[in-house]
Write a protein that binds this ligand. Structure first.
Ligand code: SF4
Length: 175
């Protein structure tokens, strides 16, 4: 588990870096790459056992965030409950599955637009969508995503539409 005080920053007030660097929010300073192994709990290191800075600031960690064995998604939820701002992304569609998996899964652009509006109502800021052809096959065709986006724009107010992309490089955008 990553230390809750660890951030990656690509700039300071007067400098910019090509690659973001590890920054400790507890110590308010950038940290050396070797120490970042502790921050990221690599190589059997553990921030809550081996970092003196963490141990000094452990009481500032939001309740429930610790080496509890909880999955990261639960920990993000605990941070949200503790008052940290979060960005919620709702994955609306199945990447492979369709209504054969559950009748509640939106497939058509109209259904996806409606689901986006409902997700927005539930405080999501981003909707992640997959597109499929009429025969149910997955597609990355720009026209299909355009239809989905048009419906999302029409039915939702102000959500970001995040398209699924192929996991492999494909030159033909009409797949
Ligand atoms: S492990 Fe220590 S140095 Fe790294 S981010 Fe946490 S408190 Fe800071």
């Amino acid at each position: 588990m990553t230390c809750p005080f660890l951030e990656y920053r690509s700039e300071t007030s007067d400098r910019q870096f090509d690659e973001s660097r590890a920054y400790c929010e507890a110590a308010k300073q950038f940290i050396q790459p070797m120490r970042a192994d502790i921050c990221n709990d690599r190589y059997e290191l553990a921030h809550d056992q081996h970092c003196e800075i963490y141990l000094e600031h452990a009481d500032e960690v939001p309740a429930g965030y610790g080496n509890t064995g909880q999955p990261a998604s639960d920990l993000q939820w605990l941070l949200y409950l503790a008052g940290d701002p979060v960005i919620i992304t709702a994955a609306l569609t199945g990447g492979v599955q369709g209504k054969e998996a559950t009748p509640h899964l939106p497939e058509t652009p109209e259904e996806i637009g409606k689901a986006a509006a409902e997700a927005e109502e539930a405080d999501a800021s981003v909707v992640h969508v997959h597109a499929q052809k009429d025969n149910g096959e997955r597609t990355f065709a720009t026209g299909c995503f355009q239809e989905i986006d048009d419906e999302i724009r029409q039915q939702a107010d102000d959500v970001i539409s995040q398209h699924s992309t192929p996991s492999q490089a494909r030159a033909n955008l009409n797949l």
